[in-house]
Ligand binder design. Structure first.
Ligand code: FES
Ligand code: MG
Length: 597
């Protein structure tokens, strides 16, 4: 429960619009337009909480499209609890289709939702989430507005299958691209086999960014316990939609707000749970962003300090073998939380949207299948969280250690004289177009000791930051059996990828980051034990290169194509700071500073 007293009907925020005799004219104007489609005066002005429903489903966002049906159960729950539902659209964000990248729209959807939460007569909001960026956009706005808010995930798709083999969304693409490159399969087969991964409505069924971020919403305490990973078509999904609708009405009376829930302890819990899930490398970007909007400084050092030593418990692709259905049946997020609570790794007293603590919600909800959700003492991988690397090229870059394969470890991290370090010459690419044009160029002389570097792919270089750091080796190398090389870059990588790339390097090349100084043929040394990545070059040469770059006007990037690209580029912060809009992070609890009449 929140520490504030229960609200009374005359303290509802919506009274300012719907029941304000001092502003009789504007009040009447608000009422008449809602009444013109059949809402009664009694519903609007007799002290019922008005609940916004941020609808993220649309034809453009198929991962969330079933929210259009689910919302009927949400509205039934809201009405049964004495509230009045008002559904409105969230700016569409679809991961696979939006160009240049869906990440460009996270901050745009955030801004739009903030304005709705501030400028309309809402007492609380239910956030429908699913596809990758829909969840952080909604949580960032809830943190800024600070009106009672609850998350309803749409849930993952059913498992994909080919014969007896599980086919995971996204992850299969990364695998099949290699087989396409070697000619083992052709393009029609490639397309058909990828379609196997998407057998129903819902978001990606792997532990990609969508499943990760919805699980994070639950770990943060912002959705009902056990709700995040109910598969989209299961009967439990509409049931929890109803319960979530009913609960947000009660949260309004309790005045239970995001600021009560999104505390430092909650964010530390999210880091720990993310590590145990083998969660997406996009999670630190989004979680750090939500934290900053909640007024909490969370950094990638926190991710390494709290998360790196956590073992991998969720045996779900891309780090593991199973998919969303097995994860749900094994107990979902509460079973992972139970293991982590038992191991003393979480702040069990953190408050959640049902008014109970994380411990009260999850303790005792043990795994129902200890192959799918492992016991803490018997994990899939020890120390599975992110490493935060630093050096003379960047201040921060993340490496997702849960996906370091045996093969990668044997090739790069097993030299007896230097077990956690490797060194290689680099091949440098300026954006994904340059990579595709030149990766097979023999002049680059790429061999198994080459580190592939991608730059110009951060939030400024490629508006929103491109998921292009996990690069496939040249065809000739794949044909010789070398199907992955170490990769490093200032862009992001898909959460469904199993590549242990070093990514999100900040600051990025386009804003003066050190990757802009690299030249093909340079040598880089990466030392995981010391948390370092350094260009092996003397300081004078590095300074001379910097002087030349600055004299030339800095690292070049393509011009803006839309107004929003230009606006975002002018104020976006680096990936390690959450890729937030700099002026936006200072606003707190804006819903309570009522708009002018
Ligand atoms: Fe939407 Fe993966 S593409 S959830
Ligand atoms: Mg993605």
């Amino acid at each position: 429960m929140s520490e504030r007293p229960r609200r009374t009907a005359d303290q509802l925020r919506s009274r300012w619009w719907f029941d304000n005799p001092d502003h009789a004219g504007t009040t009447a104007l608000c009422l008449e337009r809602y009444m013109n489609y059949g809402i009664t005066l009694e519903e609007l002005s007799s002290g019922k909480p008005i609940i916004g429903i941020a609808q993220s489903g649309s034809d453009l966002t198929p991962c969330n499209r079933h929210h259009i049906q689910l919302v009927e159960r949400v509205k039934a729950g809201i009405r049964a609890a004495g509230g009045v539902p008002f559904e409105f659209p969230l700016h569409p964000i679809h991961e696979n289709v939006r160009r240049p990248t869906a990440a460009l729209d996270r901050n745009l959807a955030y801004l739009g939702l903030v304005e709705v939460l501030h400028g309309y007569p809402l007492d609380g909001v239910l956030l429908t989430t699913g596809c990758d960026k829909t969840t952080p956009a909604c949580l960032m706005a809830a943190a800024t507005a600070d009106i009672p808010a609850i998350v309803l995930s749409g849930g993952p798709m059913l498992n994909g299958w080919r014969g007896k083999e599980r086919v995971g969304s996204g992850t299969i693409v990364w695998e099949l691209r290699k087989r396409l490159a070697t000619g083992e399969i052709d393009y029609p087969e490639f397309l058909a086999r990828i379609a196997d991964s998407a057998p129903s409505v819902g978001h990606c069924n792997t532990m990609g960014t969508a499943s990760t971020m919805n699980s994070m919403a639950e770990a943060l305490g912002m959705s009902l316990p056990g709700s995040a990973m109910i598969p989209a078509p299961y009967k439990e999904r509409p049931m929890v939609a109803y319960e979530t609708g009913a609960r947000i009405v009660e949260m309004v009376w309790e005045d239970l707000r995001p600021s009560d829930i999104l505390t430092r302890e909650a964010f530390e819990n999210a880091i720990v749970v993310c590590s145990a899930l083998g969660g997406s490398s996009n999670a630190p970007v989004h979680i750090n962003a939500i934290a900053r909007h909640a007024g909490i400084e969370l950094t990638n050092d926190d991710w390494q300090r709290l998360g790196h030593a956590i073992p991998l418990l969720a045996n779900v692709m891309p780090a593991g073998a199973y998919l969303g259905e097995e994860f749900f049946r094994a107990g979902g997020v509460p079973a992972v939380v139970h293991e982590l609570l038992t191991a003393g790794r979480l702040h069990g007293d953190a408050l959640t949207v049902n008014g109970q603590t994380l411990r009260a919600n999850c303790f005792g909800r043990e795994t129902q299948d200890d192959d799918v959700i492992r016991r803490y003492a018997d994990p899939l991988v020890e120390s599975a969280g992110f490493l935060n690397l630093k050096g003379n090229l960047f201040d921060s870059a993340l490496m997702k250690t849960s996906v370091i394969s045996h093969d990668f470890r044997r090739r790069y991290l097993s030299r007896p004289e230097d077990p956690e370090a490797f060194e290689g010459k680099v091949a440098v690419f300026d954006g994904s177009e340059d990579y595709h044009a030149r990766i097979d160029d023999p002049a680059l002389d790429i061999d198994e000791n080459t580190i592939l570097v991608m730059r110009g792919a951060g939030p400024v270089g490629h508006p929103g930051g491109a998921e292009v750091v996990n690069m496939q080796p040249p065809e000739a190398l794949i044909k010789r059996g070398i199907d992955s090389l170490p990769c490093l870059g200032d862009g992001r990588q898909s959460g469904t990828s199993g590549s242990p790339s070093i990514l999100n390097a900040s600051p990025e090349a386009a804003t003066g980051g050190g990757l802009a100084l690299l030249e093909t043929g340079d040598r880089i040394r990466i030392d995981l034990k010391r948390g370092e990545a350094n260009l092996l070059i003397d300081d004078e040469e590095l300074a001379a290169r910097r002087a030349r770059l600055e004299a030339s006007g800095g690292y070049p990037y393509r011009d803006h194509q839309t107004p929003w690209q230009e606006i975002q580029r002018s104020m976006v912060e680096p990936l390690d700071r959450g890729m937030t809009l700099a002026p936006a992070t200072k606003y707190r609890a804006i819903a309570w500073d009522l708009p002018r009449d």
